[in-house]
Structure formats: C-alpha cells, structure tokens
Design a protein around this ligand. Structure first.
Ligand code: COA
Length: 162
C-alpha cells in the first residue's frame, strides 16, 4: 500500500478522460487547480493499481471551505468498491491530514450529505465534529461557466488539526 501525490494527467486518466480537452468542466477545474498548485491529488495504490483518491484545495472563493492559510478543503474522496471497509480510506485521510498539519494548516473541512450515515460516522471518527454550515452548492463541482453547481443540501464539517 503506497500513498503519494500525483499529476493532473494521472487524475484525468483515473477519471477516464483521454485528454484535458474532452474532460468535463469539473475535471478541468480539478486539473487546473492541481497544475497551479492550489490543489493536490492524493492517491493510494495497491499492487501497482490506484484504488483510492482524495483531493485537497488550499484556497477557494468561499473562505469557510478553504482560505489558503489556516483551512483547507478535502473532497472527491473515493475508495474502489471492492477495497472499502478495510481501513484504507482512513489511512489515506490520516496521511493527508498529517501533511496539512506539517504545512502549517490548523483546520480541514469536508462536505457530507446529511443522509450518508456511514460517511458521517467515518468523518466524526476522524475528528470532523464541528458543523460549519448547510451548503447548497459544491465549490469544486462546476458548470460550463466554471460556476459552482447547485446541489441538495449537505453539511460542511470541520476538524482542528492542532
Ligand atoms: C467513504 C470511503 C472513501 C471510505 O473509505 P473506506 O476505505 O471504505 O473507509 P475505512 O475502511 O477506512 O472506514 C470504513 C468506514 O467508512 C464508512 N463507509 C462509508 N461507505 C462505506 C462502504 N461502502 N463500505 C464500508 N465502509 C463505508 C463507514 O463509516 C465505515 O465505518 P463503520 O465500520 O463504522 O461503518 C469509501 O467508503 C467510498 O469510496 N465511498 C463511496 C464514495 C463516497 O461516499 N465518498 C465520500 C463522499 S465524496
């Protein structure tokens, strides 16, 4: 099991796009932010295969999510179905949180659907215990104009890193 950061090309390939040009607006938003250094793509590999991903955004327009100095936003957290429930997601998240702490960030945020009880339990266990607010758009899921798409209500949770 290996946890590393990876390039925007690897992210696009994991999301099954052959090129930047054919990628969705959201995939291009992620790729652009990885390229500029405002986001990081973290992946977990098992026997040479990428089986999980988690992204960090350092600065976003809504500073409650990420403000570039103290608070960073985690999103698009996925472990391949057949590998779930084995502790790999927790290990990936702990690795990324430790890296944020080393960079001097004092808090991390993450969004969760209020109906996703398993995810809420996992995030609470990881220390995301403070609910910041209800959200109705995801800052990293964008439309053709690169504007956040409206979505069902979800909670923005926060964890203090020290
Ligand atoms: C959320 C997710 C990344 C966690 O990764 P994981 O490797 O399964 O997590 P761990 O094994 O470290 O921890 C297991 C915990 O994850 C949570 N979980 C959420 N969905 C799960 C699933 N389908 N299978 C097993 N555990 C799940 C549970 O809280 C579980 O703890 P529990 O034993 O108390 O129920 C993974 O389940 C996943 O990819 N889910 C689908 C995508 C998703 O919902 N992503 C988050 C929102 S973007």
């Amino acid at each position: 099991m290996v946890i590393t950061t990876a390039s925007k090309e690897e992210m696009l390939s994991l999301w099954e796009y052959n090129s930047y040009r054919e990628a969705s607006p959201t995939a291009r938003f992620f790729a652009d932010n990885i390229a500029s250094g405002n986001a990081e793509f973290w992946k977990i590999d098992e026997s040479g295969e990428t089986i999980g991903e988690l992204y960090v955004f350092f600065d976003l327009a809504d500073k409650a999510f990420a403000d570039g100095k103290t608070t960073a936003y985690l999103c698009a957290f996925r472990i391949k179905k057949e590998y779930r429930g084995k502790g790999l997601g927790s290990r990936l998240m702990e690795h990324v949180l430790a890296d944020l702490r080393e960079r001097g960030f004092s808090a991390a945020t993450i969004g969760v659907d209020s109906t996703e009880e398993q995810n809420i339990r996992l995030y609470h266990r990881q220390g995301f215990t403070e609910k910041i607010k209800d959200c109705f758009a995801d800052p990293c899921d964008v439309d053709e104009d690169m504007k956040p798409k409206a979505c069902e209500c979800y909670w923005l949770l926060k964890k203090e890193l020290w």
